[in-house]
Design a protein around this ligand. Structure first.
Ligand SMILES: Cc1cc2nc3c(=O)[nH]c(=O)nc-3n(C[C@H](O)[C@H](O)[C@H](O)COP(=O)(O)O)c2cc1C
Length: 388
């Protein structure tokens, strides 16, 4: 089964990930990883850090002659900004004047600064910020893209996009077809409704002028996922629960739902459940996808539709009230260089985290040592489902 670990501080020398359990024989295209990294860096509302970084992946193990070996894959992304930090992030540098300038003692409400400092006994909260920063999501996107490349060879595609940014809302229903979606969201808000673009720009511009930040709603759709991933048998094998956990673990995500989401609380059952059809060609399908592709913790063969609520960025240029941890006096929260909204890049990060979780479910379910064997098993399984 695929697993991964990431390491690296926001202004340290590099971000690193090690992925295990990727089947041998998977062709990897580094240009695709780099395209995903570039997409994470752009989008309306991004800040100055993105002008410094030009994220590109280095592959240090697990791939030979363009194909995976089945051994751990090491990925790295250099932090160009590290060069501007002198000895501040040097593992063995001496604390000096520069460190004092970059020290953080006025914790930002909504960030990990204060609780992280309390828990880890750190009086320079930079020691918390450096790892809690969403800079780490760059390497998660690289891991996710390796998983997306695996899923593509198995006929599974994903698309993450923005449905709401502040009060700017997409109107109408988007298609559940990933290729149609991907074409439609090719804009700097990653939204499908073109009328939402100027409204989102205005919302971000206004928030920026006020020194404020904005959250929003993301949706990820996955096509081609076979029925029966996950399981009803044990609480921790339910795939909707695993996806919700993985997506909630993306910085700033505060809510996850599937399909019509929290409307399940108010809509009568007759309009929530997806009625069952059968045809000889397709086997079992559903008349609708209200439940977002999950029943009993298992995929049901319909498109997965996952929604995520992203909170506004905690670093405000008009800072909130806080307390200085050195003297316990009232203070204004620290102002790191920051975005106005992370909603657009978050849609890509969340898409990639969903890809990782789906790739984990597939490699957990089938023999995944070699890609051709995995492909053979999956196509036999799909045939079995059609004949059920
Ligand atoms: C892609 C992305 C970019 C982000 N950029 C910033 C940022 O520039 N400034 C900031 O304060 N928070 C940013 N955040 C959010 C924080 O990382 C997050 O709020 C913080 O780590 C606390 O975690 P929590 O919100 O999950 O509780 C970003 C989040 C994402 C997903």
């Amino acid at each position: 089964m695929i697993n991964y670990l990431t390491a690296g501080e926001s202004h340290g020398p590099q971000l690193t990930a090690i992925i295990t359990g990727v089947p041998a024989g998977l062709p990897i295209n580094p240009d695709q990883i780099n395209a995903a990294l570039a997409a994470r860096q752009v989008g309306y509302g991004r800040g100055l850090r993105q002008q410094i970084e030009h994220d590109t992946v280095e592959i240090l193990s697990g791939i030979r002659h363009g194909q995976t070996l089945g051994s751990p894959i090491t990925l790295a992304i250099q932090n160009r900004d590290h060069a501007n930090w002198g000895t501040v992030m040097d593992p063995f540098g001496q604390a000096g004047r520069e460190d004092a300038k970059r020290a953080l003692t006025d914790p930002r409400p909504g960030h990990a600064d204060l609780v992280g400092g309390m828990k880890y006994g750190q009086t320079d909260l930079r020691n918390i910020l450096e790892r809690s920063s969403a800079r780490e999501t760059a390497i998660r996107v690289a891991v996710g893209n390796v998983c997306e490349q695996l899923l593509a060879t198995l006929g599974i595609q994903l698309c993450g996009y923005v449905r709401q940014l502040g009060l700017a809302l997409a109107q109408g229903d988007e298609p559940l077809d990933v290729s149609q979606l991907a074409q439609g969201i090719d804009n700097d808000v990653r939204c499908f409704d073109p009328a939402m673009i100027p409204a989102a720009h205005d919302a971000i511009d206004t928030a920026k002028q006020k020194g404020d930040t904005l959250g929003g709603l993301i949706r990820v759709v996955a096509n081609g996922v076979p029925a029966g991933l996950g399981s009803h048998t044990e609480w921790n094998t339910k795939l909707d629960g695993q996806l919700a956990g993985a997506v909630m673990a993306v910085n700033a995500v505060k809510g996850v739902s599937f399909g019509i989401g929290f409307d399940v609380a108010s809509v009568p059952g007759s309009q929530v459940m997806d009625e069952i059809n059968w045809t000889p060609e397709a086997g079992y399908t559903r008349a609708s996808d209200q439940l977002g592709g999950f029943e009993g913790g298992m995929t049901n063969g319909m498109p997965i539709v996952l929604n995520a609520a992203v909170k506004p960025i905690p670093t405000l240029t008009r800072p909130l009230k806080t307390v200085n941890i050195t003297n316990h006096q009232a203070a204004k929260a620290s102002r790191e260089r920051s975005d106005t909204s992370a909603v657009v890049p978050a849609s890509l990060v969340i898409e990639n985290v969903v890809a990782i979780t789906l790739a984990q479910a597939i490699t957990d379910t089938f023999d995944s040592n070699s890609l051709p064997r995995l492909q053979k098993q999956l196509s036999a399984y799909r045939q079995e489902l059609r004949n059920f």
